[in-house]
Write a protein that binds this ligand. Sequence first.
Ligand SMILES: C[S@@+](CC[C@H](N)C(=O)[O-])C[C@H]1O[C@@H](n2cnc3c(N)ncnc32)[C@H](O)[C@@H]1O
Length: 369
Amino acid sequence: MKQEKKDQVELFKLIFTLNWEDPEMDRMALKIRPGDTMMTITSGGCNTLSFLLQDPSIIYTVDINPSQSYVIELKITAMKYLEYQEFIGFIGLSPIDDRLSIYNRFRYKMSEGAVKFWDYNSEIIRKGFLINGRYETFVKLVSRFVRLFEGNRRVNDLFNDRSPEDQKVFSQKEWDTGRTRFIFNAFFNKFILARRGLKADYFTFDDGSNTFAESFFKRFRKVIMDVPVKGNYFLHLYLKGCYKSLQEVPDYLKEGNFQTIKDRLDRIKIVTMDAQNWLPQMPSDSLDCFALSNICELMSMEDTLKLFKEVIRTARPESHICFRNLIIPREVPEELGDKIIKDIELTNKIFNTDRSFVYSKVAAYKLNK
Ligand SMILES: C[S@@+](CC[C@H](N)C(=O)[O-])C[C@H]1O[C@@H](n2cnc3c(N)ncnc32)[C@H](O)[C@@H]1O
């Protein structure tokens, strides 16, 4: 399959089969109301699917990379045509025989592009595709390395139930160590990250760090000390390469939510486009929630300004925005500051409770229109 590049985004490569952004933070920022019209960035599709629980009328899930659209299309189609146990087996959350024959039962229900893509990537389907994009493969490698150096016992111990105070003491003693810093230095250097899809040469960090490794170590330290480990499926993925249990998974993978989400799948509209080109096609005053991921980091400042001008045009009054930075500091351009207002208190709360922890910023804004 042909592969192209547009700036820092590799097209047609399957980068994410999961969302690595904590949807609870988006929920806090977006204050989704029943009947809302949402725009999300697709990535692995988990968050888009889980937002259906808030009962929006439409979710436009936008991604510049067609393979990300094919990921969510596969998840949606599998949810539509399978029952829960078979669904979690098919995607790879639990063991099941012969995933390819399950795929063959519903593949013809997907778009021509998705069928071509998944037929070509049938080996990923056979293995269970859920934790098998490029980024997830990298994370599994990191987790193996962590367990090798830290030892399984220490890693498992981190996930034992503790009070917040005990968690702090334990994490400081067992994890705030030279050995853990070494692991971060080994994996989060720019050469390795560049091979995993982050193409920019980043030299400055929001938090004053001088290197990726230093900055990521600070974020890791913060999450293990200050955010409850219980229920933090991101931390479990990074350290163990899998989910801990069927209870500690994104909402759309929980049995109790399955039917509600299944009934609402038709509300998701998959858009394969650059968000900068898609928003200008949307009518004015047509969207209530904007979950922008960290796409602004992948744009120039001029394009960031254009994007937020389009957000203002397409937003309904009382709209909300959530956006992140992973590394490059990006902010709503100053000249739009009277129209897009940052909720500082909520942003601080979000930043301090974010389970996905690798982001240097997760911020909440409200439209003033
Ligand atoms: C910005 S990346 C970051 C990964 C994300 N933080 C997560 O947790 O999955 C998320 C997605 O944004 C997509 N993307 C990047 N720039 C975009 C743009 N201008 N318009 C639409 N999608 C974009 C990428 O293809 C990728 O699938």
